[in-house]
Write a protein that binds this ligand. Structure first.
Ligand SMILES: C[S@@+](CC[C@H](N)C(=O)[O-])C[C@H]1O[C@@H](n2cnc3c(N)ncnc32)[C@H](O)[C@@H]1O
Length: 409
């Protein structure tokens, strides 16, 4: 690989190469080595999450596995931007990626760093399995298990989750999972979602939240069969991906108590009613509690109906964001602040543009004005990071429609 075949780029605090032939191509599987500038925010968030985790969970000497590293940009940024790292596995099955990772490590003079860097070219499941069965010469039986595993595949991460939970530290591990199969999770291809995630999605105005909750449910169930529970720390949607950060724990009684986080969403396609229900399918309504329609009632699930973020984790990330000069800094701040706001609100959100159109109103009021009026009416309301044109509220859709119509008057 010659320097003339490579293009130098910059992201976060680092310079890195991609292949010339990949420059300007639409990010896809067919690239020589994958790189997507639009996923920079995913890597920014990962840097913040790892630093927040190390501080809040008091984890030092971190062992990290970046199981699908492509150019290695995420790992290189982690090495430059995160503290307390002892060892990192930078893996990708693609031989071109493996060569590029080595080049990028050298470019950033990380080959001289005190951190142990292990660059491998394996199927992610094989790498996990070698670590689990002590066949990995870089991690012997006497050493602790990896603290952090990142999975960032093309499409669904589902095939890698079981071995990731077998590999990770059972208490206070950090699992970072991306899914880009949003058409599946957001309900455009419901049967594929049932096949891949054991859950029925719904293609509604709040399908992004449903998709995130299906992913957490799936992670939780696979964790459970490995005698692990998970606590969602941040569930992050941006552009065309969902990235979930979860901490692990192994107390079996708490794992059982966490079953209360599994449930369903009932949605009425006649009036727009929506609500979450617990795991007991016998308690699910058979007709819409608002308009009594029986035919147009639909559901999503099973999915995670508990909290999808941990507030102290996000606050720590917000503080850390202040100290970085990420080009996405302002957007990250906005997304994280909305994530804090939405965490105590009921599942689902209402897209004001769609609602106003539906009500044949001549204009869409400002979101902040709608939220103030809702609060004046004695309800709670918030923004949501899933959709900047939507709001959450704790009353039903009829009250919201009345409020919007009154504002118009
Ligand atoms: C979306 S890209 C990863 C992007 C990268 N994390 C970044 O931030 O730029 C997915 C990568 O997974 C690799 N990959 C696909 N299947 C794999 C497998 N079974 N094991 C390991 N790597 C795999 C691909 O070669 C590709 O580089």
């Amino acid at each position: 690989m010659l320097k003339k075949d490579l293009t130098l780029l910059k992201e976060g605090l680092v310079d890195f190469y991609i292949y010339n032939i990949d420059k300007g191509s639409i990010p896809s599987k067919s690239m020589n080595v994958f790189y997507n500038k639009k996923m920079e925010i995913n890597r920014d968030i990962t840097t913040l999450a790892i630093n927040a985790y190390s501080d809040l969970y008091d984890q030092k000497n971190l062992i990290i596995i970046d199981s699908m590293a492509a150019s290695g940009i995420s790992s290189i940024r982690i090495l430059r931007e995160c503290k307390n790292i002892k060892k990192i596995f930078i893996n990708d099955i693609n031989p071109g990626a493996n060569k590029l990772i080595k080049k990028n490590i050298k470019l950033n003079s990380l080959n001289k760093a005190p951190v142990k860097i292990i660059i491998t070219q394996k199927d992610a499941n094989l790498l996990f399995s070698e670590i689990i069965t002590n066949k990995c010469k870089h991690l012997n039986q006497t050493q602790k298990k990896p603290n952090i595993i990142s999975i960032d595949p093309f499409g669904t991460p589902n095939l890698y989750i079981d071995s990731a939970f077998k590999t990770i530290q059972k208490t206070n591990g950090l699992i970072c999972i991306t899914a880009t199969d949003t058409a599946v999770l957001f309900g455009v291809r419901p049967n594929v979602c049932i096949r891949k995630y054991f859950a029925k999605p719904l293609h509604t105005e709040y399908c992004k939240e449903i998709g995130g909750r299906i992913l957490i449910y799936f992670l939780s169930r696979i964790a459970n069969i490995n005698k692990i529970g998970i606590i969602p720390l941040l569930t992050f949607y941006s552009g065309h991906f969902i990235r979930v950060f979860c901490a692990t724990f192994k107390n079996q009684e708490i794992i059982t108590k966490y079953f209360k986080n599994f449930g369903y969403i009932i949605h009425c396609n006649n009036c727009g009613y929506r609500s979450s229900f617990g795991n007991d399918i016998l308690e699910l309504p058979k007709e819409c509690p608002l308009c009594a329609n029986k035919i147009k009632l639909d559901y999503a699930g099973p999915l995670w109906i508990g909290k999808i973020h941990k507030i102290n984790f996000i606050k720590k990330m917000l503080n850390l964001n202040e100290n970085f000069k990420f080009s996405n800094k302002k957007r990250i701040e906005k997304l994280l602040l909305f994530a804090i706001e939405e965490n105590n609100m009921p599942i689902s959100y209402y897209n004001l543009h769609k609602l106003c159109q539906n009500l044949k109103l001549t204009s869409v009021p400002k979101i902040k004005d709608v939220i103030s009026v809702i609060k004046e009416n004695g309800y709670h309301s918030s923004r949501t990071h899933f959709d900047f044109l939507s709001i959450k509220m704790d009353s039903d859709i009829f009250s919201l429609k009345k409020i919007l119509t009154d504002i118009q008057k």
